[in-house]
Design a protein around this ligand. Structure first.
Ligand code: IPE
Ligand code: IPE
Ligand code: MG
Length: 236
């Protein structure tokens, strides 16, 4: 294995946590069992991110398109989110994790939306890891919402710079991801952070999300460390 100790660690890692359904199908289990197992990977990866010195971790847990899944699966996923929040919040808080939720949380109903808000408030002062949970999130919806907010605020066209626009996105105050990881072998963005991923390095792994853990996370960081980031400039 290459030595990455002298290479930069990504400040912000974003993950498309995919493959729960296939993990369950391979074991002849219901899809919900795959989602439950996936929640355990979330725990492992948060710890790995803290251990590696990553400062922002964004997890795609539910997309705006996932509402098109059968009602039973949507309800299983909503239940799991609630359960996860209730069982993990104290521990996350203790670990110094600040929770930030992006996406249309109100679509999950007022009770869960309020719980998420309370969790954000409770952890607002923590600064070891910023855990960004993308819930009912869509990259296009994020951009359209920002455009609407600009119009509503009456921002003059000349003042609507890239920087000004980025402040209107859900991710205001969060630096763009340096590294995007997608599990399960799919190689697409699936309407995740379209604006924010402009210059992210991408790592696609065939490992299904429930099988993803500290070793796979470390391997992705190692891959990242070997990349040459140019941001469009010509290397000297
Ligand atoms: C990811 O696993 C979890 C969500 C999208 C909510 P999937 O449920 O998409 O699993 P596959 O892709 O069908 O295996
Ligand atoms: C992307 O996975 C969304 C999340 C992981 C939350 P999907 O499984 O929904 O994406 P597609 O349908 O394969 O593009
Ligand atoms: Mg999937």
């Amino acid at each position: 294995m290459a030595d990455i100790s002298s290479h930069p660690i990504p400040r912000h890692v974003a993950i498309i946590m995919d493959g729960n359904g296939r993990w369950a199908a391979a074991r002849k289990l219901p899809r919900a069992a795959g989602h439950r197992e996936g929640a355990k990977s979330v725990r492992r990866v948060i710890e790995a991110a803290i251990g590696a010195g990553v400062h922002y971790l964004t997890l795609f847990a539910f997309s705006s398109e996932n509402w098109a899944r059968p009602a039973e699966e949507v309800s299983d996923l909503t239940f799991l989110m609630k359960h996860y929040l209730r069982s993990e919040l104290a521990e996350l808080h203790e670990q110094g994790v600040r929770l930030v939720v992006i996406g249309e949380r109100e679509r999950f109903g007022p009770a869960l939306a309020q719980e998420l808000e309370a969790a954000e408030r409770k952890t607002a002062e923590n600064d070891r890891l910023v855990l960004v949970m993308a819930l009912s999130y869509g990259g296009r919806a994020d951009i359209v919402r920002a455009a609407r907010r600009a119009i509503e605020a009456g921002i003059p066209a000349v003042e609507l710079t890239e920087k000004a626009f980025s402040h209107l996105l859900y991710t205001d105050g969060i630096p763009d991801p340096d590294l995007l990881i997608r599990t399960s072998g799919e190689r697409r963005i699936s309407n995740f952070l379209l604006w924010q991923l402009a210059y992210a390095e991408m790592v696609f792994t065939p490992v299904l999300w429930p099988d993803f853990g500290a070793d796979e996370f470390a391997a992705a960081l190692e891959d990242y460390a070997l990349r040459e980031r140019r941001f469009g400039a010509r290397p000297a």
